[in-house]
Every structure is written in structure tokens, then in C-alpha cells.
Design a protein around this ligand. Sequence first.
Ligand code: DQA
Length: 161
Amino acid sequence: MKIAVIQGPNLNMLGIREQHIYGPMSLDQIHEQMKGSASQNGVELEFFQSNLEGELVDRIQECLGTVDGILINPAAFSHTSIAIKDALSAVNLPTIEVHISNIYKREEFRQKSITAGSSTGVITGFGPFGYHLGLIALTQIVAEVKAVEAQQTEAQAEVAE
Ligand code: DQA
């Protein structure tokens, strides 16, 4: 199983930016931890971070046919980007949106996520541990999707016989 981990603007500054909100861990450290738990479950992760909306849209489009699910923190673009929401809807893959902070506890402009409407589920407010929770949830969802697809293929083969 392959999962794309897509990180939006300013998340490359984790460990430096607003530590009282986002904590001391760097993005590399978070990704290293994720790799550890993913490999134990036979999950391959592809990491990508960009500060540019168009690059994030391109990366989401590339997910079609190449990965089984998307774990995404669109960061500030969550609150503004119809383009990222549309890209997620277009590829229509199991998707979990993660926020390190609890966006519902913060400024009003952060309390609405446009992109979340194209996600299977949202995890917010658990710190970097949210990525771990998201990975567990996504692995389970993708496994269920694959099981249903396998059943359908089997049923179609029986009908064809
Ligand atoms: C964030 C929350 C966003 O409002 C903010 O712009 C971010 C990070 C989070 O992970 O808590 O950059 O997505």
C-alpha cells in the first residue's frame, strides 16, 4: 500500500515557527517517525512539501493511479483554496486532512476548512501525533476499499463464467 503525505505552506518551518502552537518537532522528524510506523504495517510513504498552491495541485493530480491514499495538511490553503479542494475531489482517493493545532480553537478565519469537504475525515488538534493517527485511519480505510474491490472483481469473474 502506498500513501502520499502532502504538506502545505510553512510546514517546512516546523520546529522554528510558533513553537507554542506547533511544538518543537521539525517536519523531517515527524516524517522519520511516520516512516517507522508505516514500515511496520507494510505501508510505503511518499513525502512532498510545497509553499506553492499550484505545486500542491500538481502533486495531488499525480496521485491518481500511483498511490492508494492521501494524507494532507494543506496548512493555510485549507482556509482559502478551492483549487486544492477540486484537485482532491478530482482524484477521489481516500484522504485524511491533518492539522497539528485545533483549528476550531483558533482565529475565526481558521475555523473553516474548504479542503476538508473533499476529505474522508479530518484530524485536528493532536499535535504531530495527528499524522500518526491519520496514517492509522487511512491504512484501515484503504484496506477496506481494497477488500471491497477484490470482492467485486471476484463477483464479476463468477458472473462471466
Ligand atoms: C495548520 C493550521 C493552519 O491554520 C495554519 O495556517 C497552518 C498549520 C495546522 O497544522 O495546525 O499552517 O494547518
